[in-house]
Design a binder for this molecule. Structure first.
Ligand code: GP9
Ligand code: MN
Length: 423
């Protein structure tokens, strides 16, 4: 009801982090290009397998003048995996404790990035070389306000280029170019890749690094598919530079969720050269985040954050204040950024304390938390619970129906049609 949404708005307003003037509007009017790094975990960054970098291109970006690399950024997905990651970055709302919010809440009212930006002169599009119905994308994208959805229907997928979940990254980016060039600027776009997806099998003639040798097939193959994804990115960046888009686009790359689950900890112990403790497991939920803004001073940023923080961060970079929106994350670049990172199961990480399976650890030593710090740990736990509960109320109650932010026009999902034969 409208009482429920009032309670939520009071909560999100009290958690609002105001923009940092050093970054606010740094990318005003620029295009936005999200590159979804499927299953990419942060441990791959700067990792060397047999003396060779696995992701040389991503590694090189850490030194790029205009790129900020976040090395304490965590995925916050649940059972909805990729779709949860997408949901968080488009809405700054959490996925649900069970199932995929994309599949179950596709008809809800949202105030998502494509809609907000659409009302600021942007054209929005998603590129994905898989069937549009996967994760119910072709329905929920309408509610999010995506103008265009280029799914497998728009790509030519030869069997030699086909991965388990669609078109391999190199031909995917290649074939995306004319589609991208069909969009008026400024655009808000997202490219969802699939080559680095479990079980990490690929045609060996396309592989450019030897697999690992743990004996665990998916762990061993993970390095090959990640390397391939990294090369595909380099090729796409080459195009962006040649076309000039590089100079007027914000580029954000994020890992969507872990690639190697806890079930593979024996092989991971060989990879990392140590036994994997519960604290290590939590730490392994780091995913890479790169934000490139032409003209912005880059560097390595150690701030703790998660996927729910992406939307306010981006909107502030674009010069759009988020204070009238119902968002559960906070701008990573704000001085008031909240560095308590909630996981979907109620655990959390923070610069001082980790909660793993309900037990508390000192995040710097990895040891069980001293008893004098337990009250603080429990307070964090409550804050996480409160945040997740409010977000779930919004989603389960479809509460955004009862609230329209200032300067926002509700999305009319009947206006959208992604069928190529109707274009
Ligand atoms: C499929 C892809 C994979 O279209 O995005 O989703 P995931 O299995 O990683 O959730
Ligand atoms: Mn995924």
């Amino acid at each position: 009801s409208s009482d429920d949404i009032t309670e939520v708005i009071n909560y999100t307003k009290s958690n609002y982090a105001e923009p940092n003037p050093a970054y606010f509007a740094k990318g005003k009017g620029m295009n936005v290009i999200y590159l979804h790094l499927e299953s990419m975990q942060n441990f791959l960054i700067n990792y060397k397998l047999n003396g060779q970098e696995v992701t040389p291109f991503l590694n090189s970006l850490i030194k790029d003048q205009n790129t900020m690399y976040f090395d304490n950024f965590f995925h916050q997905t649940g059972q909805g995996k990729t779709s949860d990651a997408e949901f968080m970055l488009e809405n700054s709302l959490f996925g649900l404790p069970e199932g995929s919010v994309f599949t179950t809440k596709g008809l809800n009212t949202f105030q998502a990035a494509p809609a907000i930006l659409g009302q600021n002169g942007y054209t929005s599009a998603v590129f994905h070389g898989n069937s549009g119905s996967f994760w119910n994308r072709n329905e929920i994208y309408k509610s999010l306000g995506f103008d265009k959805f280029f799914d497998a229907n728009y790509y030519q997928i030869n069997s030699a280029d086909e991965a388990e979940y669609g078109l391999m990254d190199k031909p995917f980016y290649q074939q995306s170019i004319p589609l991208l060039e069909s969009l008026p600027q400024p655009f808000y776009t997202k490219f969802i890749t699939v080559a680095n997806h479990y079980p990490y099998a690929m045609n060996q003639k396309d592989a450019t690094i030897a697999p690992a040798t743990t004996g665990d097939k998916s762990v061993d193959g993970y390095f090959q598919t990640a390397r391939y994804a990294d090369e595909a990115l380099r090729q796409f960046f080459d195009y962006l530079k040649k076309s000039g888009l590089y100079n007027n686009s914000i580029i954000i790359m994020y890992g969507d969720h872990y690639g190697i689950s806890e079930n593979h900890n024996k092989a991971m112990a060989q990879i990392l050269g140590k036994e994997i403790t519960p604290v290590d497991n939590a730490g392994l939920q780091r995913v890479p985040l790169f934000i490139r803004v032409p003209g912005m001073q880059g560097g390595v940023n150690h701030e703790y954050g998660g996927q729910v923080d992406l939307l306010p961060t981006l909107l502030h970079l674009l010069g759009i204040d988020t204070k009238d929106y119902v968002q559960f994350g906070t701008d990573l670049l704000s001085k008031q950024h909240d560095s308590l990172v909630a996981f979907r199961n109620g655990d959390y990480v923070s610069p001082t304390i980790y909660s793993v399976d309900g037990k508390y650890y000192d995040s710097t030593t990895g040891l069980k938390l001293e008893s004098d710090k337990l009250p603080e740990a429990k307070k964090y736990k409550q804050l996480v619970q409160e945040k997740l509960t409010f977000s779930d109320k919004v989603v389960n109650g479809d509460l955004l129906r009862f609230y329209t932010p200032k300067n926002f026009t509700p999305v009319d999902r009947t206006k959208y049609d992604y069928n190529p034969t109707h274009q």
